[in-house]
Design a protein around this ligand. Structure first.
Ligand code: OAD
Length: 252
């Protein structure tokens, strides 16, 4: 069990975070697990029940738009029902404790911003952005609100898709460039709840460490990133992050 004694045994973690001027938090699906949003990998993950090439690619969408729209419709409806958890809240409170904080998230649920984090790069887009696959305009009615599927564009009848990045697609303009700039100049990178297998984002912790940052992982189990981590804190992010920040910042 993680508690303040755990951090007493990790003086470098405490010291590096205490003296940090800039911190990057890199988050993945595990960060939102305690809010009730499913992760992708692992036995209960979405990709153990569904095929990513069917649900997260443009070719899969064109082959079966109703299936894909209904999956994202359900997810869009779900994220408005859930709330940020103690892990998101802890990250948001960092803004008041460290000069320069950037959250780079692979999550499309918007929960970091809803928790109050001010600088967030959503490298895999946003679930609640909707646009027409043909003319790229934003529909008057979102997928979440659509009463029948397929949901089509009011202007050109094209299919409406969610604004998430699918396999084989480019990341949002400038997102990776800003993330690379931040990780190569930060003092500490905290990777939270990501399996660390989807590139280019999975390359960011290694890049941070090569550039001199102290790297900390928070995960319920060691991830593919463990070799580039200075410390691995094992436990749920909603528990570990508040404990960590309480141990580091007297005014947390
Ligand atoms: P994954 O589902 O691959 O990994 C989730 C990670 O969170 C795992 O390492 C879990 O051990 C960990 N985890 C689960 N619950 C946790 C908790 N309460 N606290 C801390 N850690 C926990 O999700 P991502 O790494 O985010 O891409 O996946 C990366 C990308 O793959 C996603 O953005 C998505 C997916 O295909 C796109 O949609 C483009």
């Amino acid at each position: 069990m993680i508690n303040s004694q755990t951090f007493a045994a990790l003086p470098a973690t405490v010291e590096r975070l205490q003296s940090a001027h800039s911190v990057v938090v890199l988050s993945g699906a595990g960060m939102s697990a305690e809010s009730g949003v499913s992760t992708f990998r692992g036995k209960d993950g979405s990709w153990s029940r569904f095929r990513p090439e069917e649900l997260a690619s443009e070719s899969g969408f064109r082959r079966n738009p109703v299936l894909v729209q209904s999956w994202y419709q359900e997810r869009q409806r779900q994220v408005v029902q859930v709330a940020p958890n103690a892990g998101h809240d802890a990250v948001a409170r960092l803004d008041a404790l460290v000069n320069d904080v950037l959250v780079v998230t692979q999550n499309v649920d918007g929960l970091h911003s809803r928790a109050g984090s001010r600088n967030v790069i959503e490298v895999h887009g946003r679930l609640d952005d909707n646009y027409c696959i043909e003319c790229r305009s934003t529909p008057g009615v979102s997928l979440a609100e659509a009463s029948s599927l397929p949901h089509q564009c009011d202007r050109c009848d094209g299919l409406i898709r969610p604004g998430v990045v699918w396999f084989g697609e480019m990341l949002p303009d400038g997102a990776m460039e800003r993330a690379v700039e931040a990780v190569t100049s930060c003092d500490v990178l905290i990777s939270v709840g990501t399996s660390g297998v989807v590139y280019p984002v999975a390359g960011l912790p290694g890049l941070a460490r090569q550039s001199g940052a102290y790297t900390i992982e928070v995960n319920i189990e060691p991830s593919a990133l463990q070799d580039v981590m200075d410390d691995s804190l094992i436990g749920p992010s909603g528990v570990v992050l508040p404990e960590l920040f309480r141990a580091v910042f007297p005014n947390y």
